[in-house]
Design a protein around this ligand. Structure first.
Ligand SMILES: [Zn+2]
Length: 236
């Protein structure tokens, strides 16, 4: 063992004595090889397997006037669910590492199913810069970067939010659609021409935000192909 990696192991063990790493669901101390979740909780993730279907519920929510190639969501979202709580904590409680770990886990499953084959670039659903400054990060970007780390597919910043689109919680479906239309724009659309883009968000609810992004992209870029990926899907 090299000195640097010995030092790293020693430091990690020392940190483990002071702050033991615990499962983010059940609180049990993690053993070597476990990340964020213990093995039991890892096996309990309510996976959707939606990405294995050519026309699934995500396609149905978005496909009114945009063509979506592949679409996947890691887990079912329940407002009070423990696993959905990982996403909420990742998003609102300043714990982006939870989103990173979930995205990395999901990437392993998707890689095994060849989901990323032919995808040229990952684009996160953008967040207006003032909101990003307040929160400290854009959760979709955190997820996109974690997926990129596992797949080697670059993350682009061509999609931007023109002005603060309000949070979707506690809004009716009609308001949601009206609220998000035309808030996104594409910078340097010529860079994206002919590419297969993976659009990434944390949770899909009505699909209005992702639909608005997809519509903006297909209206602005020639020959673009789109796929969709989120960590969770809520019932509409
Ligand atoms: Zn656990």
């Amino acid at each position: 063992m090299e000195l640097t990696s010995m030092a790293a192991t020693w430091l990690r063990d020392l940190a483990g004595m002071i702050w033991p790493r615990t499962c983010a669901i059940c609180g049990q101390t993690l053993v070597d090889g476990e990340e964020m979740l213990c093995l039991k909780c890892l096996n309990g993730i309510p996976l959707t397997e939606l990405h294995r279907s050519d026309f699934n519920t995500i396609h149905r929510r978005l496909a009114a006037d945009v063509r979506i190639e592949r679409a996947g969501a890691m887990m079912k979202y329940h407002r009070k669910g423990a696993y959905s709580g990982l996403i909420r904590r990742g998003k609102y409680n300043g714990r982006p590492e939870l989103l990173r770990s979930l995205a990395s886990l999901y990437a392993s499953q998707l890689l095994a199913d060849s989901f990323f084959d032919g995808i040229d670039l990952i684009l996160p659903v953008p967040m207006h810069r003032w909101k990003k400054i307040r929160r400290g990060y854009n959760q979709s970007e955190v997820i996109a970067k974690a997926l990129s780390g596992r797949t080697g597919i670059a993350v682009g910043d061509n999609l931007t939010a023109r002005h603060g689109h309000k949070t979707q919680t506690r809004r009716g479906a009609f308001d949601r659609h009206r609220n998000v239309s035309s808030v996104f724009e594409v910078r340097h659309p010529e860079e994206l021409a002919g590419l297969h883009i993976l659009l990434v968000d944390d949770v899909i609810t009505s699909g209005a935000t992702l639909h608005a992004c997809a519509k903006t992209l297909t209206d602005s870029v020639s020959g673009i192909r789109l796929s969709i990926l989120t960590l969770a899907i809520a019932s509409d």
